[in-house]
Unconditional design. Structure first.
Length: 160
């Protein structure tokens, strides 16, 4: 879903800037539920208010829910078949590549200097080694961003 959101929301329809999408993904990661649905609600709300948020949530969740329920009802009959197991292995690889692609695209607008690169590296390491829950990582990264922005403002002699 993430590569599709980036392509549709930023590139095709221009409903969000790349930075806004990055912020929405961060916020959506912290909220309970599906990241794509959370992001859809934010975008729907931004475009058409409360009804837009509701419509976006239903539009993202219902088709997937119906398909997953249909697959789950019949999948138990096929999970032992070797070709099905191999197909799932291929799907996991495909999903991993799609996520890496989005990270690379979003990185261009997120890691813009040494300070943001250090925050990126710290978040990467802490999350890979599962040293903190994701919500704490996002909050700490946000605080780092605030502190860095405040320090830059003071270094330039401006008010923050």
């Amino acid at each position: 879903m993430l590569p599709m959101f980036q392509r549709v929301l930023v590139e095709k329809n221009k409903w969000l800037a790349e930075e806004e999408l990055t912020d929405l993904f961060s916020i959506s990661q912290c909220l309970p539920g599906i990241i794509a649905a959370n992001t859809a609600v934010f975008v729907g709300y931004k475009q058409k208010g409360i009804l837009g948020g509701i419509a976006a949530a239903l539009g993202v969740a219902l088709p997937s829910l119906i398909i997953i329920l249909a697959i789950a009802a019949s999948l138990s009959h096929f999970t032992d078949i070797p070709i099905v197991q191999k197909a799932f292995t291929g799907l996991r690889v495909c999903v991993s590549v799609l996520i890496i692609n989005v990270v690379i695209k979003l990185r261009k607008h997120s890691v813009i200097d040494i300070a943001s690169a250090l925050v990126f590296a710290a978040v990467f390491l802490v999350s890979v080694f599962k040293l903190l829950p994701i919500a704490f990582i996002v909050v700490l990264a946000g605080l780092c961003g605030i502190i860095i922005t405040m320090l830059r403002g003071k270094a330039k002699g401006g008010d923050v």
